[in-house]
Design a protein around this ligand. Structure first.
Ligand code: F0G
Length: 465
């Protein structure tokens, strides 16, 4: 049986969690409009909704928080963060933001005009929505292997260079104000991108004169995958690999709530001075003065420490080992997942598990509701609820290739026995899969609808014993 190495930390503070009764869970999910985003956290037992902002900070981070300098301008905390930023990412300039989407908002405001295209391997939902909100057209050009759930390609997050060249030729480089790549590729299963691919992407964007920005949310996990899987990198440190990655780009956005293991924070970094000046103007309008952005001084401190802890290799070995453990245990039970597992999450293949539910009836949504009803587990649909959009020309709904449910693993929070409980719960659902029905919308906003949409079950299901 699979196993993972002991956690490289011990637990000094605990937060009680409680599994409420099945009848209470039924009432809770109904009240939430059958949307797990509408649940109260106190009604959730194991919360795998996201790995974002949900990690446990270390004693060093909490100690750093006590040193927060809350000066409005020029705080020491900003200097400390600047040093870490420069050593790890090497960009000339950055502005702190309250989280990743604020950085994306500013980046889109600076670059994107209506009708323009922004290619990437795959944009995450907030990036996509920020580009659309400016009238732009986010375009996903990940390699085909990404949509083959059992294809164990080591770098399934890679951007397809042939597709990228053809795309730029087709729409014209003048209509591509910037190009991006997401590491790791969250929307495609948390899959890494190789340095070889990053070099080719950077060269392609450069050849067409297109600025290249990296969505760096999970850069440390991506760096560790490169160390483990890419020829020539086993002797390099994750810090060296990170520096090599970012030397290829003109800038980056990051939600520090992921690999910097903080509860809030992010940044937009770049090399171009005039872009930085314009970013500062946007920042002052929306977030705050450039030396604190959307954050308190103490948040900058926690981020400066967390950026290094996120790169620590004993932590990363445990982190990726824990995710691989959950994936292997599920595979042992013949549960379909995206293989190989990514860094921060295991993605259940709801489309395959619930093959009897058509995409228009949201198999992923159905699975996320069953996880809650069966075991008090909260996990997020990444499928048609999140990504199905009408084709701008025909108005016909285009469904994503995969209907997934993401079991995102908060950093340094859950133990192996919590994960064993998750496996047991999934197995119980799989054993009675035929009894599960699809859902329909009763309310859906236009942008980022998964957060606030409400649903109704399509048919009355038989009560489950
Ligand atoms: N880019 C990626 C790849 C992300 O995964 C996220 C957030 C963001 C940008 C936006 O960052 O939340 O700080 O504004 N992903 C979270 C998740 C919400 O659950 O995957 P944010």
């Amino acid at each position: 049986m699979a196993n993972h190495d002991p956690e490289p930390f011990r637990i000094k503070m605990v937060e009680p969690i409680r599994l409420i009764d099945r009848s209470e869970r039924e009432i809770a999910i109904q009240r939430a409009g059958y949307n797990i985003f509408g649940l109260l956290a106190k009604d959730v037992f194991i919360d795998l909704l996201t790995d974002s902002g949900t990690g446990s900070m270390s004693q060093e981070q909490w100690a750093a928080i006590m040193r927060g300098d809350e000066s409005y301008a020029g705080a020491r905390s900003f200097e400390r963060l600047s040093e870490a930023m420069y050593e790890i990412f090497g960009f000339q300039y950055f502005v702190p933001t309250h989280q990743g989407r604020a950085a994306e908002n500013i980046l889109s405001a600076l670059y994107v005009k209506p009708g323009q295209y922004v290619p990437s391997n795959m944009h995450f939902d907030t990036t996509e929505a920020n580009i659309r909100a400016r009238g732009g057209r986010p375009t996903n050009l990940v390699i085909d292997a990404a949509s083959e759930p059992t294809n164990r390609h080591p770098f399934k997050g890679n951007l397809d260079i042939d597709k990228l060249c053809a795309f730029i030729e087709q729409v014209g480089a003048e209509n591509v104000p910037l190009g991006m790549i997401t590491i790791t590729n969250n929307a495609g299963g948390g899959q890494p991108v190789s340095l070889e691919n990053l070099r080719a992407v950077a060269a392609t964007y450069r050849r067409y004169g297109i600025p290249f920005f990296i969505d760096a949310c999970r850069f440390a996990e991506n760096a560790y995958f490169i160390k483990l899987r890419e020829t020539g990198y086993s002797d390099k440190s994750t810090l060296e690999i990170a520096r090599e990655i970012f030397a290829l780009a003109d800038g980056a956005t990051m939600s520090a709530k992921k690999d910097a293991i903080v509860n809030i924070g992010g940044f937009l970094a770049m090399n171009d001075q005039s872009l930085y000046q314009r970013a500062c103007n946007e920042l002052i309008l929306r977030e705050g003065f450039p030396t604190y952005g959307g954050l308190a001084g103490r948040d900058l401190e926690a981020m400066a420490v967390g950026l290094y802890e996120g790169l620590d290799e004993s932590y990363l070995a445990y982190r990726l080992g824990q995710t691989a453990y959950l994936a292997e245990r599920l595979l042992e039970e013949n549960i379909p997942i995206i293989e190989p597992p990514g860094g921060h999450a295991v993605y259940l293949d709801a489309g395959q598990l619930f093959a009897h539910i058509p995409q228009s009836e949201f198999p992923g949504q159905a699975l996320s509701i069953e996880l809650y009803l069966e075991g008090g587990i909260r996990a997020c649909e990444i499928g048609s609820v999140m990504f199905a959009t009408p084709d701008p020309q025909t108005g016909k709904i285009v469904h994503p290739k995969l209907e997934l449910v993401r079991l995102a693993i908060p950093r340094r929070v859950y133990t192996q026995s919590h994960l064993d409980y998750v496996v047991k719960t999934v197995c119980k659902i799989a054993n009675r899969r035929e009894s599960v029905r699809g859902y329909q919308f009763t309310y859906a906003p236009e942008l980022l609808r998964h957060f606030t949409a409400r649903f109704a079950p399509l048919e009355e299901r038989l009560p489950v014993p």
